[in-house]
Design a protein around this ligand. Structure first.
Ligand code: NAD
Length: 303
């Protein structure tokens, strides 16, 4: 396997993505101190060789780099700016990297606050889903100072394969929001193709295979198509998180007067899913909205 690294990481947020990313840091040889508000999430990483911390500050105390992988902006602000957070208790290496998807404006404000205290902040959101997190093949898009990016790079290389410094503070989140807009609308396009194909009597597995060989191919069709065809709702990237990202996209679009009608439409469809109690489903389960519109209800066993 690859060479073993030295270095100390504080890792906060051990959910679907964070637990795999922290595990890959451990496997690369880094010392990893972990914290999550869910004790069982900490225990699972300790079983793999991580050290438990009782607060974000505790996880970061001896860290060259403190990494957050949390749901949304308020949780990141709490961990970075709160009383048990990194502003009050800087990591030894004075480098914080947020890899969650959050507001680019909030990132810039936090970066300025931390910079005044001599702490660097990178925004480095990821794409590639739980599979990319597990296989350490994430795409990582980072915003912030180039020197901070260079220091973070060996840690990024333990978690991802496509690693880019895309600009100043907030630029990573800007790229990620463009990514999410495409993901949302792409899933919608696949739902529509499957709805039409089903009505026309086409075998949907074969439809997917053929489309994957042509210009309609996409990551979503490849990775999520089988679950969509099978009626599998299981969560990887939850609808609630997709709605959080589409909200962030639309906040920016409104602030900058950029019309995004496709994003507005698919957001309403995800809201329809949430209104039906499906916010905890994986984002591929947008197909349930199309099933309802076509009066073609399916259970998960209809595969
Ligand atoms: P998740 O909800 O599974 O995990 C979040 C973790 O953070 C949970 O373990 C939770 O207990 C913990 N947490 C919440 N508040 C906390 C706090 N104040 N202090 C410490 N821990 C806290 O979410 P996820 O799917 O791992 O996603 C994390 C981030 O990555 C989100 O911003 C998401 O949009 C983004 N993302 C997710 C995916 C995906 O496919 N799941 C892909 C790319 C990016």
């Amino acid at each position: 396997m690859g060479r073993k690294h030295q270095g100390n990481v504080g890792f906060i947020g051990l959910g679907t993505m964070g637990r795999e990313m922290a595990r890959n840091l451990l496997e690369a040889g880094f010392t990893v101190h972990v914290f999550d508000v869910v004790p069982a999430a900490i225990d699972a990483l300790v079983a793999l060789g991580a050290t438990a911390a009782d607060s974000p500050a505790g996880a970061a105390r001896d860290a060259d780099i403190a990494i957050t992988m949390l749901p949304d902006t308020p949780q990141v602000e709490d961990v970075v700016l709160g009383p048990a957070g990194f502003l009050a208790n800087p990591p030894r290496g004075r480098l914080v990297v947020d890899m969650s998807t959050i507001s680019p404006v909030a990132v810039q404000k936090m970066a300025a606050t931390l910079q005044a205290a001599g702490i660097q902040l990178l925004d480095a959101p990821v794409s590639g889903g739980p599979v990319g997190a597990k296989n350490a093949t994430l795409s990582i898009m980072a915003g912030g100072e180039a020197e901070a990016f260079s220091r973070a790079r060996p840690f990024f290389e333990a978690m991802g394969t496509t690693i880019h410094h895309v600009g100043a503070s907030g630029a990573g989140q800007a790229v990620k929001l463009c990514n999410q807009l495409i993901c949302g609308i792409n899933i919608q396009a696949i739902c529509e193709a499957l709805a039409l194909g089903r009505a026309l009597g086409v075998e949907l597995g074969q439809l997917r295979q053929v489309l994957l060989g042509g210009s309609a191919a996409s990551w979503m069709l490849d990775k999520l198509g089988p679950a969509m065809i099978a009626g599998d709702d299981s969560a990887g990237f939850r609808i609630d998180l997709m709605l959080k990202d589409l909200r962030l996209v639309q906040e920016q679009a409104l602030a900058l007067s950029v019309p995004l009608p496709g994003t507005a439409l698919v957001t309403s469809q995800y809201l329809d899913a949430r209104a039906h109690g499906e916010g905890g489903n994986g984002n591929q389960a947008l197909f349930r909205v199309y099933d309802r519109m076509a009066n073609q209800p399916r259970s998960s066993s209809d595969a």
